[in-house]
Design a protein around this ligand. Structure first.
Ligand code: ATP
Length: 642
């Protein structure tokens, strides 16, 4: 935006500054989105509202609104900003606040399956003696943040009081109570996925900028669809590099949405979304894909992804695959990085972002240990002196080095910077073992060797040219994974959300004997059932799982669980809050009369045949589960091969 336009806009805003944005406006939009099924129409509703906020309020207000829409309170990597309150606490609060007996609230919940609706109904039925001040976006956002941050002694009571105050202020003529309760539960379930919100942000800014430039504000301008698509791609890309809506929205406002990328530079201390690989089933499939291109193979280590950041102030931070700060959990890794970075002679490393795998390591025998050993490490309050499972860090990429982003350099170039500036430290810090070859026999040998060396198989990566740039957040065809164990199945394991449990019988009495699993539909935000799994568990797994899942049991299935209500096989004995992912193996995938994964694409759902539990996948968020689209891709590839 030109300075003149910005100044004009600022003057206009002065008039509105201080005017609160009513929360009812947000809840009205939620209501409209919920009753709309067309994705295009939903995007239009949301982007028009974002535009209205931009025009009539402040940029900071848009940031808060966007967070309310994605039902978070800050970036993923900031701790203690999670909502997701349990239904028992919310039932109690609704009952207390609206003066209705617990039994009535529970009965209503049983009938509707939606605590939001129960709260709404209770609010409407309650006589209002006086009208408390109306809720506004700022107040709701701040109170939700206080609730998320409340912990320790008396936290339950404090939370109830805070919720109470908001519920009392809800206007019975709006849907405020319904959506407040859903926000507190951690899921709005209005069929609005984050993807759509990013598109809406892009559209709102394009329209805002065009409005600002135009002489006549009353005429609705037609925006070239290509401009919109470009802006959408830019917003998506900028967010994957700097996953922080506050920065994104401020940058778009200050510099224009089309210039976002130049102003969304990687920043040590802000974890970027990692690049991911596509599965493959054979070396020949790999060779077909990379025909005529130069590629490289690396060992695929079986540990935990560690994105290592060195900040200009010398601080080292380690982020998980899921952008969580793991620095407290891995104090030994911090020392290793410091030794690896500062130990290298005659070189000066002032800042960096390095992509690595942290692997359990037997330093005495110089041997990689299996993932199971790594998972026995303590997760909280780790004291470096008490650590028994040692770690070796295997570096495979360098994304940022000495104030410069490297992601738009080729892998060959990035590797050179990595190799030139860092020095391996025995048993602690190494580069991923690699081989450049396109000979089938050599690759087969390298794959076999990787497994002998306790790795999962190989990662095969494009080496030169723009196809080898680092693509944050993308599951890219420029990175292929070849997992030795899964070559016989669909080429990979799947990570599915545990949404239900079946009562164990016989030896499994007192625990769950099986589980209902679902994939995540990234377009609708729904969880679609994919299979029931009852094999692969050891006895101790089952008692462990019972301990972990029992308190997440809920009275009703979530309204965003898609399952076949008519088939008793697909209805579990108990439903769970979506909190856990299982990594599972399958013989193959087939169209199913009762399961629902990818049902919108095929009419029928796709299900896993002979699924087998491998492990709990706790380094991924629930929405990082294998998506319904990925299941469809697995299915299609399999159909092509057979
Ligand atoms: P999974 O880990 O089950 O394969 P994922 O969805 O976490 O699934 P993928 O893209 O499928 O991730 O596989 C890449 C993962 O493999 C990375 O997240 C990283 O943790 C690990 N990895 C191990 N060695 C390498 C390597 N040399 N290059 C890239 N990633 C590696």
């Amino acid at each position: 935006l030109t300075e003149k336009v910005k100044a004009e806009h600022a003057t206009e805003k002065l008039v509105n500054e201080g005017a609160a944005l009513a929360y009812s406006k947000v809840s009205n939009v939620f209501e409209r989105v919920e009753s709309e099924s067309s994705r295009l129409a939903i995007t239009a509703i949301v982007s028009e509202f974002f535009l209205e906020v931009l025009q009539q309020s402040t940029v900071d207000m848009l940031v808060k609104v966007v967070y309310l829409f994605i039902n978070r309170l800050g970036p993923d990597y900031e701790p203690d900003l999670e909502l997701g309150l349990g239904e028992t606490l919310l039932i109690k609060t609704i009952s207390e606040c609206y003066g209705r007996p617990l039994s009535k609230i529970r009965a209503d919940y049983k009938e509707t399956g939606d605590l939001g609706i129960v709260a709404q109904k209770s609010r409407s039925g309650q006589p209002t003696m006086f009208r408390p001040a109306r809720l506004d976006v700022e107040g709701v956002f701040n109170t939700l943040t206080s609730i998320a941050k409340t912990n320790g002694k008396d936290s339950q009571t404090k939370k109830i009081n805070l919720i109470n105050r908001m519920l009392t202020a809800c206007d019975p003529k709006t849907s405020e109570a319904k959506f407040l309760i859903r926000s507190l539960e951690g899921k709005l379930r209005i069929g609005l996925a984050e993807k759509t919100i990013q598109i809406a942000i892009a559209q709102a800014f394009v329209n805002f900028e065009s409005d600002c430039k135009s002489e006549s504000k009353s005429l609705k301008k037609k925006i070239n669809p290509q401009t919109l698509t470009k802006a959408e791609d830019i917003v998506r890309e900028a967010f994957s590099q700097v996953p922080n809506y506050e920065m994104l929205i401020h940058n778009a406002y200050d510099h224009g949405v089309m210039n976002l990328l130049e102003h969304s530079q990687l920043t040590p201390g802000v974890p970027l979304k990692p690049m991911l690989a596509k599965p493959t089933k054979s070396i020949t499939e790999v060779l077909d894909r990379f025909q005529g291109e130069e590629f490289t193979c690396e060992y695929k280590y079986d540990g935990e992804r560690a994105q290592v950041h060195l900040l200009p102030n010398g601080e080292v931070r380690i982020y998980s695959r899921n952008s969580e700060d793991m620095s407290q959990r891995y104090p030994d890794l911090i020392s290793i990085v410091q030794a690896g970075v500062f130990g290298s002679q005659n070189r000066k490393v002032t800042s960096m972002i390095m992509d690595c795998e942290a692997v359990a390591y037997d330093r005495k025998n110089d041997k990689i240990l299996p993932f199971q050993v790594l998972s026995t490490r303590k997760r909280k309050s780790v004291d470096e002196n008490d650590i028994t499972v040692q770690i070796c860090l295997f570096a495979f990429d360098l994304l940022y080095f000495n104030e410069e982003s490297l992601i738009t350099k080729s892998l060959a170039e990035r590797r050179k910077v990595l190799f030139d500036n860092f020095t391996p430290v025995e048993g602690k810090f190494r580069f991923a073992t690699q081989k450049n070859s396109s000979n089938l026999d050599e690759l087969q040998q390298f794959l076999d060797q990787s497994v002998k060396d306790s790795c999962e198989g190989l990662m095969v990566k494009m080496l030169n040219g723009s196809d080898s740039f680092y693509e944050p957040s993308k599951r890219s065809r420029n990175w292929l994974k070849l997992k030795k164990d899964y070559l016989a199945g669909v080429g990979d394991s799947l990570d599915l959300v545990v949404i239900g449990g079946y009562t164990g019988r016989g030896k499994r009495t007192g625990a769950y004997g099986g589980f209902l699993l679902a994939s995540y539909n990234q377009d609708t935000g729904e969880y679609e059932t994919a299979c029931k799994v009852g094999t692969g568990f050891k006895d101790e797994d089952l008692s462990n799982l019972y301990q972990k899942l029992h308190h997440t049991e809920i009275l009703q299935p979530k309204t965003y669980y898609v399952y076949d209500t008519t088939n008793s096989n697909a209805v579990p004995d108990v439903w769970f809050e979506p909190t856990m992912l299982f990594e599972v193996l399958t013989a193959d995938l087939s169209l199913s009369p009762i399961y629902k994964a990818a049902h919108l694409e095929y009419g029928k759902g796709i299900s896993l045949r002979f699924p087998r539990f491998i492990r709990i996948r706790d380094d991924k968020g629930i929405e990082d589960a294998t998506s319904s689209t990925e299941i469809a891709e697995f299915y299609e590839r399999q159909a092509n091969v057979n």
